[in-house]
Design a protein around this ligand. Sequence first.
Ligand SMILES: [Zn+2]
Length: 201
Amino acid sequence: MSNYDNIKDEMILAASRAYTRGIQTGSGGNFSARVPGKDLMIVKSSGGSFMDANRDNLIVTDFDGTVVEGTGKPTREALLHGYIYKIAPTVGGVMHCHAPWSIGWAYTRKPLDGVTLHTQLKFGCPIHVLDVKTPMVEQKDFPLVKSLFDETPGLPAFLLVDHGIVAVGDTVINAEHNAELVEETAMVAFLKAIAASKLFD
Ligand SMILES: [Zn+2]
């Protein structure tokens, strides 16, 4: 067992939960975990499904996505993951997935705010939407990400228009839990909008 196997096993569990829960299908999305005490992270390799993640295809890189250990190509969004680890020292895991209710909500460009009592208790802050036009967050848009973390220390997640959720946590497991809660909250937001309409009058 290498030093990283415990972290990799947590990543595999988080990925499996996300896939089973249906917040990521097919081969999209990506996730990572910080290597404690080092400027390194472990990231999903490009391509495969969340269910394909195993100890051999999770790659150790620096925060710029340069491979330090492992074979294969790191996820295309490794730079975003590394950037988050650089600016948010308490973040230990990142879960990015293309969850349908969240993508639907992000189309409104409105923050998910105060939707359920549980979310208010758990997050205590709105989940904001970043309107970036590219299929991955590019370096030119990183200041938008930084401003979210500056405004809300302990930020649990943000949404990307036409794209999905970026959730963070002190561990990759908790990042995945936050992603699940964001998706559930987006679904409830739609249900409340329907309930508040004249549909049932
Ligand atoms: Zn994506």
